[in-house]
Design a protein around this ligand. Sequence first.
Ligand code: MN
Length: 146
Amino acid sequence: MTVRRQTGEGTWEDVKVLRYKAEGSALFKDVTRQLLFGSAALGCELRYFEVQAGGFSTLERHEHVHAVMVLRGRGRCLVGTQIFDVAAHDLVEVPPLTWHQFRAAAEAPLGFLCMVNAQRDRPQLPGEEDLAALRRDPRVAAFLAG
Ligand code: MN
């Protein structure tokens, strides 16, 4: 399909709204995933994630990078030890092996495009030591606590 029409806020023609990850595989809350585009030639995928108000993505890191463009709503993200307020059309780069998490605002969803390599390593989840190191920064601790 050359043009895939938007059918609503964060939905497109013939694009399935999928679960974010298998339940219980990692800690997250109220996130959906859609595969908008994939190309073997480009070696990339463009996904759309939507985090409902009060929800959050998995805290994770991996070798592959993300280019994230917020499309709707607002929230905050953690990238490494930095915390940013983000809203529609902000672009977020997540470098390799950098802890990251996206949190929707309490009263608004956070929808974003995420471009990744088609072939990519599996996300690593933080262990107790990683969490302790992250929480040493009180701002990061507050972010992770919601
Ligand atoms: Mn990630």
